[in-house]
Write a protein that binds this ligand. Structure first.
Ligand code: 475
Length: 844
């Protein structure tokens, strides 16, 4: 292809294509040009937001050139690509990340964050501070929590490691809602985020027609072959929007393709319109656009809504069409499809892709069932993120039948062949057939998506060791018996050190770089182990400690600006930020805070002198329909207003609820914690990833033996983490005991409940459900069982914090041992053991 373009032509393009800014003048010129022409603003009406837009535009011009080259390169080499299908990509802000990854934002800042490079200086010349400009950007919040953020970290690592990889998702018009707290209650505000988004490129020429509803007509063609023809119904158009994903310090800029729904411009609507039936024509259009309108705001919960299934199929079908089109251009035989394409399913949300590929191969391309199914299973891998029963996707058969009639037939066939093979293997076991059937024989019948995903994939993985073990021994046990253990594996999660260390904590990153002689650790995180040699270095410790203090000051300032509460930065900052969920046990946290409050209230002045002052910081969103989670938020806010205004307590305890917790707030919060809480009931958290972010930033953690806490402990050492509570292996028996009346409320927790019931935190009725779920309804999450262990472990935290030297040693040692938790390691594991793809490295 390249050779066909004459040299002079190539030379002309090369000469004029944009390159990195080398002087601030170059940058300023571009910035002013974009502000004056693209944005139609001037010196007189250029506010910080316009400065942000101008900077982003100037910058994306550079990004897009590498993006183009990467795509060309990947097309030319035509090697295997990986496609990451995720209904959520929780990206956060792009500008800062893009500047860092492309190396235009020097990391060599001083302690005040002052940078000396062309972007900073250029903006300063025009009257702006780079930090203020960066913070104008609206977070891209196309995700709920862990699952969506993991997908974003994966994109960063895949590009950084030069894998030919695409993300596929939905372009929601509304991301996760914004949270406001009014009178202590969560209020949801729509997150309309798309106006003037400089990071997406609409590809109006790339559209796919997606069919819904209709009927299946069966007939024999001329050759006598049975044909299934899916006819009628309605067509919705998928339009591609591309988001460039720059790798850190590489030439690879990968693509995230997001699909937006649009009414197909078929004659049908047009006829209605011409016939004067405007309303119905408009209604059709709106119905089509509704598909990609809004992200479902549930984390770890599936509710079986038709629109959700529509979203899933719309996105899977558009992505598959795109992937197949790309494959067909290579003119290879279908049997080579799995050598060219690996598709990873981020949870069961994209499971329809399995069925859709099978449909394309048998109904459209005319392959035989077995040949097609062999291709399908070699292509897909499935990642499970949770064992919570309420999060497992099931779709009602009647709903399926109506929306996707042909797909339901294919699912029934997949199930038939599968059950036949099971029967062959276990001829005398009737029970197993109904246990593993894709169709649950309930009323109505349900399609079990996780089973379909297992059957249609060659590898299934969990996200931390305990989680993967639990999958094998409980949820998917029968499938291990059927397929053998090799289909099931573990890939422990990680986070990208670029965003979660370098970008969020530039001072710490700079200090580490100074000690290790460069920033190589950002692409080989195991190099952090060299830090351990400096644990006893006095000067180094002082610098380390000073950085934590600066980060705490920054958070304290943020807290004062957003809540009005003043917190003392020498206090112990105790943080729990994540989605609010009973299994994550923010209720345990706030009950612990109340216990602390009551303890301080009962102290003499002498006793108070020994107390380690503490700031309890809690943040997170509750799903709008999750009433218990909302009650927890309400209690936290009531406790906050009582405790923070109690002069008996003063600085000894402050309680802060951070409103609207999101990625960009996490970047301020993670570097500022002394201790963070990862306290889920053992066996319930898949992995957790913020635990990794906090430790990477020099915070210690208090946690249960759950998810990746276990591997973090193994890496950093038991003496560097505060573990408490019952073990996963004992949970079932404890729950069983509760059910049969074996339950004694922890006496300290009882005191806490008495305080709540007596109205200390306002109307006690408001919190009754929270209390009775423990006292009367079996304490499913073992709050009472773990309470004593929790509060005594917090006392140990206080004591440890008094020994600042030892605390610092723990902090430094932990960071030094966190090399394992980079998503670079994670992606390499997926690439080697699931995808079988190689990086595509380019030399300069
Ligand atoms: C786990 N979201 C974390 C993280 O692996 C884990 C489910 C259904 C519908 C909508 N959203 C979901 C999740 O299940 C989810 O976020 N899971 C999380 O995935 C990454 O670290 O333990 O809870």
């Amino acid at each position: 292809v390249e050779a066909s373009i004459p040299e002079p032509l190539r030379e002309a393009w090369r000469k004029h294509s944009a390159s990195e800014f080398t002087t601030k003048d170059e940058f300023e010129k571009e910035l002013v040009r974009h502000i004056e022409t693209t944005l139609a603003r001037s010196l007189y009406n250029c506010d910080e937001h316009a400065a942000y837009s101008g900077t982003a535009l100037a910058f994306r011009d550079r990004l897009i050139i590498e993006w183009n080259r990467t795509q060309q390169r990947q097309t030319l080499t035509d090697q295997k690509r990986v496609y990451y299908l995720s209904l959520e990509f929780l990206m956060g802000r792009a500008l800062d990340n893009a500047m860092l990854n492309v190396g235009q934002k020097e990391s060599a800042r001083d302690i005040n964050g002052v940078v000396t490079n062309c972007l900073t200086e250029g903006l300063k010349d025009l009257g702006f501070r780079i930090e203020d400009v960066i913070s104008q950007e609206h977070d891209a919040a196309l995700g709920n929590g862990g699952l969506g953020r993991l997908a974003a970290c994966f994109l960063d690592s895949m590009a950084t490691l030069n894998y030919p990889a695409w993300g596929y998702g939905l372009r929601y018009r509304y991301g996760i809602f914004k949270q406001e707290i009014i009178d202590g209650y969560q209020v949801e505000i729509p997150d309309y985020w798309l106006d003037n988004n400089p990071w997406e490129f609409p590809r109006h020429e790339i559209t796919v027609d997606i069919q819904f509803y209709g009927t299946v007509r069966k007939y024999q063609d001329e050759s006598g072959k049975l044909v299934h023809s899916w006819e009628d119904g309605e067509i919705v158009q998928a339009v591609a929007y591309d988001v460039p994903i720059p790798g850190y310090g590489t030439k690879t800029t990968n693509n995230l393709r997001l699909w937006s729904s649009k009414a197909s411009s078929g004659e049908f609507d047009f006829q209605k319109f011409n016939a004067g039936d405007y309303e119905s024509a408009v209604a059709d259009q709106q119905r089509a656009e509704t598909i990609s309108a809004v992200l479902y705001p549930n984390d770890n919960l599936e509710r079986g809504k038709e629109l959700r299934l529509k979203q899933q199929y719309f996105w899977c079908a558009a992505s598959l069409h795109d992937i197949v089109r790309r494959f067909k251009k290579s003119k290879r035989a279908w049997s080579e499809f799995p050598d060219q394409v690996a598709i990873q399913l981020n949870d069961t949300h994209p499971t329809m892709a399995i069925v859709e590929l099978q449909r394309i191969l048998i109904d459209i391309e005319g392959l035989e069932w077995d040949e097609a199914w062999n291709i399908v299973t070699k292509t897909f891998g499935y990642t499970n993120h949770t064992v919570l029963p309420e999060a497992l996707e099931k779709w009602s058969v009647p709903l399926f039948q109506n929306l996707l009639p042909r797909h339901l037939q294919i699912i029934y066939d997949i199930n038939l062949y599968f059950l036949q093979s099971v029967e062959k293997k276990f001829p005398n076991d009737r029970e197993i057939l109904s246990r593993v059937s894709i169709i649950e024989e309930s009323h109505p019948k349900m399609v079990r998506m996780a089973y379909l995903a297992i059957i249609g994939s060659h590898k299934v993985n969990g996200v931390a060791e305990l989680h993967s073990d639990l999958l094998k021994s409980t949820l998917f046990k029968d499938f291990v018996d059927i397929y053998g253990p090799d289909r099931f594996m573990n890939v422990t999660n990680g986070v990208t050190p670029r965003r979660w260390l370098h970008q969020a904590n530039p001072e710490l990153s700079a200090l580490i770089a100074k000690k290790l002689g460069g920033h190589e650790f950002l692409t080989d995180l195991t190099l952090l182990d060299k830090l351990e040699a400096f644990v006893d270095d006095k000067e180094f410790r002082a610098e380390w400690s000073n950085i934590k203090t600066q980060n705490k000051l920054r958070l304290a300032k943020f807290i004062q600006e957003t809540t009005g509460f003043k917190v003392n930065p020498t206090s112990l900052f105790d943080v729990q930020v994540k989605r609010i969920h009973e299994y994550k046990r923010q209720q345990l946290n706030i009950f612990g805070v109340i216990h602390r409050y009551l303890t301080i209230k009962a102290m003499s002045a002498e006793e108070k002198k020994k107390v380690v002052p503490r700031v309890s910081i809690i943040g997170g969103k509750a799903a709008p329909g999750y009433w218990m989670a909302k009650t927890i938020i309400h209690l936290i806010n009531k406790v906050s207003s009582v405790v923070n205004n109690d002069s008996d307590v003063g600085d000894l305890l402050k309680v802060i609820f951070i409103q609207d917790y999101n990625v960009s707030k996490a970047e301020i919060i993670c570097p500022a914690s002394d201790i963070s809480e990862h306290i889920s009931t053992a066996g319930t958290e898949g992995s957790g990833t913020s635990n990794m972010k906090f430790v990477m930033n020099g915070g210690l953690i208090i946690g249960t033996c759950d998810g990746a806490n276990i591997e973090i402990t193994r890496e950093i050492g038991e003496s560097n983490i505060f573990l408490f509570g019952n073990l996963a292996e004992d949970v079932e028996e404890l729950r069983h005991g509760h059910f049969y009346g074996k339950f004694e409320l922890d006496p300290h927790l009882q005191k806490v409940f008495e305080a709540i019931k007596s109205g200390t935190f306002g109307d006690a009725n408001e919190f009754q459900a929270l209390i009775s779920s423990i006292e009367e309804h079996g304490d499913y999450y073992l709050v009472s069982d773990d309470f004593n262990s929790y509060i005594t472990t917090h006392e140990m935290v206080d004591e440890a914090f008094k020994q600042q030297d030892e605390w610092l040693a723990k902090s430094i040692t932990s960071v030094a041992r966190m090399g394992f938790f980079s998503t670079d390691r994670v992606i390499n594991e997926y690439a080697d053991s699931i995808w079988n793809v190689e990086p595509l490295v380019v030399k300069d």
